[in-house]
Ligand binder design. Structure first.
Ligand code: ZN
Ligand code: ZN
Length: 397
């Protein structure tokens, strides 16, 4: 299939998806449209009874490598009207995925193994990846690639990056339960504001590796009623935690728990809290990144290969590697001049980059299939070597 043929085939697909946005967990028409497209290509897509989204396998045997696209839109105000809107580019990602399907179908007879394409719902809610993990969709995969279009200020139009290093985000919400008292009798009460102040102070006493970045701050505090002469018994608070890697987020979480426990002991207040939102940081695998880098250079040329993107934004793709550590993952950053920025109601981008991105991903999947097969061969040789020499030196010291 020539570049132009692929573009002509994909353009109406993108137009359809773009004009039929559906929000998280409600991607029913989208799921149906994607399933029909795949069936027309002679494939057997698998849908779910309990949720939207689907996946499909192409090639011989059990799939070991995969590509994941998100499929949901945002709910936002567009020209004074609230509606679903594809302003995060998930319509572009779906089109990339279908382009990958067309390209892989074309070489199906020569594929060295099977590839799984995942059409994942509810990314914007941070729930879809977890649901796919739970459904076992990635259990037998070794490589998983993702992709996301980038805003113009992050990545030059026409260039591609082999990793998007999203940070981790956690939001905690909590309640402090103290004891009310007259302002003149503070010794008889437990002041929720003082306990909250102690939490704020305690957060400054969480130490992390100085070579890593992280932040944990109280961002909301509500306490006290109409009267200014009462020691307030209750307060509600929110905490915003950020880290560039998952280990640091773990350290911040453990530190926050200790702070809460010590404030409870010191003040005699009860404090309950919960994690209100969570997205994991990118776990970029170096071999997956190398494969994607080679694919970018092969398809788009060395001059269009860009350095990794470091961004504070979140992406639920990173839950796959967090919950299934056998997975080698990375995300393709697509430089398509997205403007003014992602999630803007009138976000636009250079559509021409979609077929190119599909070619890059298709190439990366084939390279990953070869890498998986090579690893098998090497592992087989090692075992043989040990058996032949029998001197215990074949253990790769
Ligand atoms: Zn988004
Ligand atoms: Zn997105």
């Amino acid at each position: 299939m020539t570049e132009q043929q692929l573009a002509e085939r994909l353009k109406p697909v993108f137009e359809h998806l773009h004009h039929h946005p559906e929000i998280s967990w409600e991607e029913k028409e989208t799921t149906g449209y994607l399933a029909d497209f795949l069936k027309k290509e002679g494939l057997k897509p698998k849908t779910f009874d309990h949720m939207t989204g689907l996946y499909v396998d192409i090639g011989p045997g059990e799939p070991k490598v995969g590509f994941r696209t998100d499929i949901d839109a945002l709910w936002q105000e567009v020209d004074g009207q609230w509606r679903a809107n594809h302003s995060c580019g998930h319509d572009a990602h779906m089109t990339v995925a279908l382009g990958v399907v067309l390209l892989l179908k074309e070489m199906e007879a020569h594929l060295p193994g099977a590839v799984r394409i995942l059409f994942q719902p509810a990314e914007e809610k941070g729930e879809g990846a977890k649901a796919f993990v739970k459904a076992g969709v990635v259990d037998n995969l070794e490589y998983l690639f993702g992709a996301h279009i980038r805003p113009h200020f992050e990545l030059k139009d026409g260039t591609f990056a082999a990793a998007i290093r999203h940070g981790a985000v956690k939001l905690f919400k909590g309640n402090i339960h103290g004891t009310e008292a007259h302002g003149a009798r503070p010794e008889q009460g437990v002041n929720a504001i003082e306990a909250a102040a102690a939490i704020v102070d305690g957060l400054k006493r969480i130490w992390i590796d100085p070579n890593r970045t992280g932040s944990i701050k109280m961002t909301q505090l509500h306490a006290g009623g109409q009267s200014s002469n009462i020691i307030p018994a209750t307060a509600t608070f929110s905490i915003d935690a950020r880290a560039q890697d998952n280990e640091t987020m773990e350290a911040l979480t453990t530190g926050f728990k200790k702070v809460v426990e010590s404030v409870e002991t010191l003040y005699g207040a009860d404090i309950d809290w919960e994690t209100a939102a969570y997205v994991a940081a990118a776990e970029v695998d170096s071999s997956a990144r190398e494969i994607l880098k080679r694919a970018i250079i092969d398809v788009a040329g060395e001059e269009n290969f860009a350095e990794d993107i470091v961004t504070p934004g979140g992406e639920d793709f990173h839950f796959y590697a967090l919950f299934r550590p056998q997975l080698k993952t990375t995300m393709l950053g697509i430089g398509c001049g997205a403007t003014p920025g992602l999630h803007h109601p009138h976000m636009t981008f250079n559509w021409e980059r979609v077929p190119t991105a599909a070619r890059i991903i298709a190439r990366a999947l084939v390279l990953a299939l070869k890498a998986v097969r090579q690893l098998r061969v090497v592992a087989g040789n090692d075992a043989q070597g040990r058996a032949v020499t029998g001197d215990g030196r074949g253990d790769g010291r």
